[in-house]
Structures are given as structure tokens and as C-alpha cells.
Design a protein around this ligand. Structure first.
Ligand code: AMO
Length: 434
């Protein structure tokens, strides 16, 4: 590997340091030239004076934006320089010269439309503001994995090419699989349940899922990243919410302390409250919407987008950006429902974070007969789900889990108005490239 120091790690105390990165900008002020060099951690000003370094000064004349540069020199403190430090070079080497017809501005925010930026995404991600989103994303996912590992959850991988849709009924992406019909997976749901039934007990998966509905909203894409969790021997859905709450709080705390630079670049003030996330029933949520905001969602089994946003404002104003809504009626077959003694229609919850649904989860129906009845009632053919039913038929502990949309989590944490901003190369009904 080339010997180099990340810009963020450079200090004025070192005598000689080598940095490497892209030329962000070149400024020519007569007898002095500044080259701003950018790596993934920051920007460093390289200063070249004609009278002190005539050879390097001349070489810098040919530099252009996005050239890849290696500079060795002495880091000195400078109040005017970005990051309070500039590099006085002894040597400067162009590792690769960039083409000069840059399709998108990297150094300045010229307000390019999102679709233009996405068309040139490999250039767009060079922009520090865009790059910060993905650095934040990586930190969030790392923290979720860390939390799970600490809490003794095992990581699994389940297939994305499947024979039947896990969520039953929703539209699917077809795949021709060696001449047979297959689909892209909507969720690892059935696999994670079958594995917990088999004694995995506590598992998680960070994976890809596909949603074929041709939504055109700021919170839907066709290819999503999910953080899925499933655990056995739960008393009820509250055990599952505990895991969701603790893992999310850990991830938020973690980016708040380790993602300061990114949060600052994105102009986000991330506050994480110590207070438990409120858990309100679906009926209470509808009551708040109707009584306080005069809003009655059209679908009786849903809160709708406006309802979620209003509830988000309602709770955020009271110091609770995250809130669980518990007991949705008329739910998918795998959630436990109509449990005698429950005052809720099902043990399914959604987690709203600042007014957007981030995850769904709950306690599962582990009685195979009740499950089969529910599947039949929904017009599903049990033959399509044989592997799942077999997995559960031979002894299944009470269990539950959740699926959290990583893209939406990043959208809310980074305060972005569109979920596409959080995905390197997003896919939706209008976009298949790059
Ligand atoms: P659900 O279908 O509610 O539940 O999905 C879980 C979470 O995934 C995210 N999400 C999406 N994000 C962007 N674009 C989309 N088109 C999209 N669809 C879903 C959301 C959502 O909350 N199997 C269950 C989970 C479980 O019970 O374990 C499931 O997939 O953030």
C-alpha cells in the first residue's frame, strides 16, 4: 500500500507527512497557488509559493480538478485553511490526470437537480456533502451490527431469489431462473421465522429486499436495504420492541458521537432522548389524529402518510422523535392477532421516527394450524409456503422480530427530503441506471 496519512489525522506536530486524494479546487493568486486536496476524511490546503518552491509551483499550473495527487510536505497550522492546517510540500506527484469535462460540479453546490446528480452518481459521491451521507450510513449499519453482536445475535444470509412472495399479495419482480419462474425476495420474513423455529434463537440480517409497487413518493424505492431481526422465546411483542428500541438508540448514540463531522457537514443536530419510546395503540393514534388534528385516515386499518407525519410532529414536539404504534388491524398472516385478553387487534407494531415509518415488526403466530387458516383466508396457496410451514410444524418457540428500512433510517437521521439520497445507486420505476 502507498504510505499516506488521512487528512483528518494530519497534525502540525509531524515533520513530514504524505497525503493523497483528488484535487478539489486550484486557486491561483499570482505568486502563490493553493491546491485543495480532498480525501474521504476531509480537505487539506496545499500551498505553493513561487519564490520558495519554484519547481513545484510550476508543476501546479497544470493541475486540474479531480486529478489524483500525492503530496509530501510539512503540515503547519493555519487559521485561514480548511481544518486549520495547510501542507507546505516538498514533493507533489500526479497519480492520474482527470478528464477536464467534469459533468457535475464537485467543489461548489450549484444546486443540480437530484435526477442529474443521480445520473452522474459516481461523480456526485465525490461531493463532500453527498459523501457524508454514505459515511453516516456506514456508521449506522456498523452500529446496528455491533449492537446485535454484543447482544448475542447471530448474523445470517437468506436468499434474494425466491419461489414465492413472503409478504403475500404485494407485487413481485419476476426472474427467469434456469427457465423457471422465480421472484426477487420482498423480505427474509419466512426464512428468519423458519430459522428461529429451528433453534437459531437470536438472529439478524442486513440484506436487500425488492418492492415492485410502482410508488412515486419521497420514501419508496424498488430495491431496499433492510435490517431484519428475529428472536425466540418472547413473552409478547413488547420484548421485540425492546430490541428495536435498544438497537436503534445505540445506533443513534453511536453516530452522534462518531459522526460529528458528517452531521456538521449535513447541518444536522441529532438529539437522542434518554426517555423510553412511547408505545401507543393504533386506536390511540387514530384518536390523537382525530381529536387534536381533525384528521381521519381514509383506510380504517391504516394511519396514512399525513397521519404519520402529524403523529411524528405531535410526539417530536413532546421530546419523542420515535414512537411505536401497536396493534394494527387486518394484518399480514404471520403476525399474532386476536389474542384473548389483548385490547389490540394484532401484536404488530410500526416504529415511526420523526413522522416516517422506519420499521414494522411484532410477535408472530407460531401455531401452524392458526397460521394455515389465516393464509387460506388471504387466498394464499399453502403449497407455495411448504418449506416455511414445515420449518414451523416441528416445534416452534413463541417468537417475534422486525424489519427496519435502512434507507429510511438514513433519510431521517440525515434529514433528507428524499430516500433516493441515501442510496448509492437507487432503483425505482424510472431508474435502472447507473
Ligand atoms: P414492511 O413491509 O413494513 O415489513 O417493511 C419494513 C420496513 O422496510 C422499509 N420499506 C421501504 N423503504 C423504502 N422503500 C420501500 N418501497 C419500502 N418498503 C418497505 C420501511 C418499512 O418500515 N417482514 C416485515 C417486517 C417484520 O415484521 O419483521 C416487513 O418487511 O422502513
Amino acid at each position: 500500500m502507498q504510505d499516506r496519512t488521512y487528512i483528518d489525522d494530519c497534525t502540525p506536530t509531524e515533520s513530514t507527512t504524505t497525503i493523497a486524494g483528488h484535487v478539489h479546487e486550484v486557486r491561483d493568486l499570482g505568486g502563490i497557488r493553493f491546491a485543495l486536496v480532498r480525501d474521504r476524511t476531509g480537505i487539506c490546503q496545499v500551498v505553493l509559493k513561487e519564490d520558495e518552491q519554484p519547481t513545484l509551483f510550476d508543476r501546479a499550473e497544470a493541475l486540474g480538478r479531480e486529478d489524483v495527487l500525492e503530496v509530501t510536505g510539512e503540515p503547519v497550522a493555519s487559521e485561514q485553511a480548511p481544518g486549520g492546517l495547510e501542507l507546505v510540500p516538498h514533493d507533489l506527484r500526479v497519480l492520474d490526470a482527470a478528464a477536464r469535462d467534469l459533468p457535475l460540479e464537485v467543489a461548489k453546490d450549484v444546486g443540480a437537480a437530484r435526477s442529474t446528480r443521480l445520473d452522474h452518481r459516481a461523480i456526485d459521491v465525490r461531493r463532500p456533502e453527498t459523501r457524508a451521507i454514505f459515511s453516516l450510513r456506514s456508521k449506522l449499519v456498523r452500529a446496528l451490527r455491533e449492537w446485535c453482536t454484543e447482544a448475542d445475535f447471530e448474523e445470517v444470509e437468506t436468499p434474494t431469489i425466491t419461489a414465492a412472495g413472503a409478504e403475500g399479495g404485494a407485487e413481485l419482480f419476476p426472474v427467469v431462473y434456469y427457465g423457471r419462474e422465480a421472484t426477487l425476495s420482498q423480505s427474509p420474513q419466512l426464512y428468519k421465522q423458519a430459522l428461529v423455529a429451528a433453534g437459531f434463537d437470536r438472529l439478524f440480517e442486513v440484506g436487500t429486499a425488492f418492492r415492485a409497487e410502482a410508488f412515486s413518493t419521497s420514501r419508496h424505492v424498488a430495491e431496499i436495504s433492510m435490517f431484519d431481526v428475529e428472536l425466540g422465546y418472547v413473552e409478547d411483542h413488547h420484548d421485540v420492541m425492546d430490541v428495536q428500541e435498544e438497537s436503534l438508540r445505540y445506533a443513534l448514540e453511536s453516530v452522534r458521537s462518531q459522526g460529528k463531522r458528517e452531521l456538521e457537514l449535513l447541518d444536522v443536530d441529532l438529539t437522542v432522548s434518554d426517555a423510553p419510546f412511547p408505545r401507543i395503540t393504533f386506536d390511540e393514534a387514530r384518536r390523537i389524529l382525530e381529536d387534536e388534528y381533525g384528521h381521519v385516515p381514509e383506510e380504517p386499518a391504516d394511519l396514512d402518510t399525513r397521519g404519520e407525519r402529524l403523529l411524528g410532529d405531535h410526539f417530536t414536539d413532546r421530546g419523542h422523535p420515535a414512537v411505536f404504534v401497536v396493534g394494527y388491524p387486518d394484518e399480514k398472516f404471520y403476525y399474532r392477532q386476536d389474542v384473548p385478553g389483548d385490547d389490540i387487534a394484532s401484536r404488530k407494531f410500526d416504529l415511526l421516527y420523526r413522522g416516517l415509518e422506519l420499521s414494522s415488526g411484532g410477535q408472530r403466530e407460531h401455531d401452524v394450524d392458526r397460521l394455515a387458516t389465516r393464509m387460506r383466508e388471504r387466498g394464499l396457496s399453502l403449497g407455495d409456503f411448504e418449506f416455511y410451514l414445515e420449518g414451523l410444524r416441528y416445534g416452534t418457540p413463541p417468537h417475534g422480530g422486525f424489519g427496519l428500512g435502512i434507507d429510511r433510517l438514513v433519510q431521517q437521521v440525515a434529514d433528507l427530503d428524499h430516500v433516493q439520497e441515501t442510496i448509492l445507486f437507487p432503483r425505482d420505476s424510472d431508474r435502472l441506471t447507473p
